[in-house]
Each structure stands twice: as structure tokens, then as C-alpha cells.
Design a protein around this ligand. Structure first.
Ligand SMILES: Nc1nc2c(ncn2[C@@H]2O[C@H](COP(=O)(O)OP(=O)(O)OP(=O)(O)O)[C@@H](O)[C@H]2O)c(=O)[nH]1
Ligand SMILES: [Mg+2]
Length: 246
């Protein structure tokens, strides 16, 4: 990544003394578009902690980002799978001072994408997840009606070494409005078993379920009370990253 300019951001400011001046939801609403890139080396190298939204195509990643940030079209959401085709970065932080970045990634597993395009994307994504230095957390979006799929499991394997080194990890069970209460409870306990100690939350963009919880968690990740470093160590980028198989 030495070819990319390193963008140094000012250190996050200490929270103001007034308790309500910065809330996780208020912080989320400061989201603004930062940049978009079709390839990893086109992304600027950042010092700011970054949280990536990953998951199958159509799982609801872009909608989740729009719901959390309360902006209708910050990320492009669509009924048609494969809507997001770039890595899109959004900056968060009060008074224009960026203290975290959200990354909306293209979904995987969408059958109607040409094989070469699929392979290219899987490589870009695997390389991003393994080598993005400021990546400090991953939110995996999963439609509980389908559960974690084989591709989700492969992705979990790709990131496992970084999770073991401290990368934060959350599974969001999306479209919870499509499940009954009993189905929600069942999906939650199954996903908790699969998450290997990671957090799992139910979420519905339609019903605004889980919005506060997720905002609070992402805030806690990026504003650690003990001042510990936010990002987990990354591997140097490889020329031939491991592709995610179908
Ligand atoms: N009922 C319901 N529909 C949802 C919810 N979240 C997303 N959707 C719908 O699911 C479809 C896909 O949403 P997107 O946010 O574009 O999904 P994505 O994961 O970003 O998809 P890709 O960009 O293709 O990877 C859209 O029609 C959304 O309206 C939800 O919480 N409830
Ligand atoms: Mg999307």
C-alpha cells in the first residue's frame, strides 16, 4: 500500500463534558461520503479506525448503513442484488473531525454476476479484509431466513486470524421484521453458536429494530475507554490473495 497517500487525521477529540452532546446515534448521523474505489490500491490509507459491512448480496448492508446514519441514499440500496459494486467509505465524526470510517462492501454469492467479475471481487474483498491496516471491526450481515451460508463460513475463515488478534466482530441478523418473535429467538441462538464468541444482534431497517444497539456497539468499538489501539494488526497485501470460492 506504499503507493497510496497516507491521510493523517487529527486524533479523535475527547468527548465534551455535557452528557448528551455526543450520543452514538448523533455520531452516526454525522456520516458523510468519503470515497469509492473499485480496487484496494485505490483506497486511501487512513489512520482512522474502519468498520467493514460484509455479507451476501441483498442481505441488507447498504440499507443498514442508511438506517444507522438516518440518510436515505448515503449507500446505494436496491431490490436488485449486486447493487454495490465498489468499496464505499463513509466518514463519521462531529465537527467534521473523522474519528471512524464505515466501509460498504459489495455482496458475494450473487449468481448472475459473470464468473470473472466474481473472482475479481472475491480477491479484492479477501485482500481488503486481510490487509487493510486500519480495519478494526467487521459487521457481517446475514439474512436469518437463509442462515450463515458456505460463503459466509469461508469469509469467517479468512478473517479468523485477525479476529484472534483482536479485530471486533458482529453478526447482524437482518430483516428481522420477516420473522416471528419465536423465529427471531431461534435465529439468535443458532447464530450465537456460529459466531464463536462474537456479538450477534437482530436488526430491522423497516421496524428500526436494533438500531440503537448497533450504534452503541460501533461507538464502543471505536471509542475504547481504556485507550487501547482500535485496529488489529494486518498482514502485508499479497499479490495473489486467497479467493472466496463458491
Ligand atoms: N423487510 C426488510 N427489507 C430489507 C431490510 N433491509 C434491507 N431490506 C431490503 O433488502 C434489499 C437489499 O438491500 P440492500 O441494502 O441493497 O442489500 P445489500 O446487502 O447492500 O446488497 P448488495 O449491494 O447487492 O450486496 C432491498 O430491497 C431492501 O429494501 C429490512 O430490515 N427489512
Ligand atoms: Mg449494497
Amino acid at each position: 500500500m506504499s503507493s497510496s497517500p497516507r491521510v493523517s487525521n487529527p486524533k479523535p477529540q475527547a468527548a465534551p463534558a455535557t452528557p448528551n452532546a455526543v450520543t452514538p446515534m448523533g455520531w452516526m448521523h454525522t456520516a458523510r461520503f468519503l470515497t469509492t474505489a473499485a480496487q484496494l490500491h485505490h483506497l486511501p490509507a487512513l489512520d482512522t479506525p474502519e468498520i467493514a459491512f460484509v455479507g451476501r448480496s441483498n442481505a441488507g448492508k447498504s440499507t443498514c448503513i442508511n438506517t444507522l446514519t438516518q440518510q436515505k441514499q448515503l449507500a446505494f440500496a436496491s431490490k436488485k442484488p449486486g447493487r454495490t459494486q465498489h468499496i464505499n467509505l463513509f466518514a463519521l465524526g462531529k465537527q467534521g473531525i473523522t474519528d471512524a470510517v464505515l466501509a460498504d462492501l459489495p455482496g458475494y454469492g450473487y449468481a448472475a454476476v459473470a464468473k470473472m467479475d466474481k473472482l475479481r471481487w472475491q480477491q479484492v474483498m479477501a485482500n481488503y479484509l486481510v490487509s487493510r491496516e486500519n480495519l478494526m471491526g467487521i459487521v457481517m450481515m446475514c439474512d436469518p431466513r437463509h442462515g450463515l451460508t458456505e460463503l459466509d463460513d469461508i469469509l469467517l475463515e479468512v478473517i479468523r486470524p485477525r479476529v484472534e488478534q483482536g479485530l471486533k466482530f458482529l453478526i447482524i441478523l437482518t430483516k428481522a421484521d420477516k420473522l416471528t418473535r419465536a423465529e427471531q429467538a431461534k435465529a439468535l441462538s443458532i447464530a450465537r453458536l456460529q459466531a464463536g464468541g462474537g456479538e450477534v444482534k437482530l436488526f430491522s431497517a423497516l421496524k428500526k429494530q436494533g438500531v440503537d444497539d448497533v450504534a452503541q456497539l460501533l461507538w464502543d468499538w471505536t471509542h475504547p475507554k481504556d485507550g487501547a489501539p482500535a485496529a488489529a494488526p494486518a498482514e502485508p497485501p499479497e499479490d495473489e490473495p486467497e479467493a472466496l470460492d463458491e
